[in-house]
Design a protein around this ligand. Sequence first.
Ligand code: ATP
Ligand code: MG
Length: 259
Amino acid sequence: MVKTIAISSGKGGVGKTSLAVNSSIKLSMEGMKVALLDADFGMANSHILLNHKVTNTIQDILENKAAIEQVVHDTSSGLKLIPGGSGILELLNLDSKKRWEIIRSLDPLKDTLDYLVVDTPAGASDASLEFAAACDKVVVVLVPEPTSFMDAYAFIKALNMEKNFQNVSVVVNLAANGAGAKKSFDSFKKIVTKFLSIDVEYAGWLPRSNLMASSIVSRKPVILNKSLDKTLNGNFSSIANYFLNFEEEKSSGIKFFNK
Ligand SMILES: Nc1ncnc2c1ncn2[C@@H]1O[C@H](COP(=O)(O)OP(=O)(O)OP(=O)(O)O)[C@@H](O)[C@H]1O
Ligand SMILES: [Mg+2]
């Protein structure tokens, strides 16, 4: 059974794509068969981080009746990439039928994967919520800033109220250190659980790292960098471990692989 994980956020630019790409590669380094779906349709950029030239994208499934196998790209990192298409205006405002078609189009990959990681668009739009809720596990990226707290709260509230999710996980990015990350998580959890009936779990943290910032320019995921320090490698290991061991969310609705 494929385990499916959404990487989401309230606020944009908090590190979703960086987390999605590097943690997916880490999972494949652990021997898992992993595909990354770039669901930031129309503005997709995972392929840039992976330095992978993409030919077919999700657009070819919607418009040219391409099969999913023609859209899955084997990247040099070992990760399989399903690109969302960038600079394509038609992909920016997909209606719910098209979103459903995309979710169902992945069904044939069921026996070829251990994990599907979905990089969702920022915010609580219908598309973000629907792709997140189609996964077993939703991981919200939080940065230690009031605006990120507010937007992450709004996203989790929508996931809870509209999609009936009872459980969500959080990765704190751009933290000064582990203790600071945990403190941010604890205060965020306190706010969420005060107002919503949802469980909030800690999935790990990442430091502010020059290596991560420059990896986007050098187009080489930081997890593949030979000068990656032990600490950052450890951060990604913990997050990958969390992904390997989480309990699946039992929510209803449209799910990847018809679970
Ligand atoms: N831990 C980190 N340390 C330093 N820079 C980081 C870190 N995480 C992300 N960044 C940088 O922040 C910027 C935004 O990251 P990223 O594209 O991963 O965010 P995002 O949430 O996917 O954004 P969007 O909402 O636009 O999709 C990038 O330039 C990235 O290199
Ligand atoms: Mg992104």
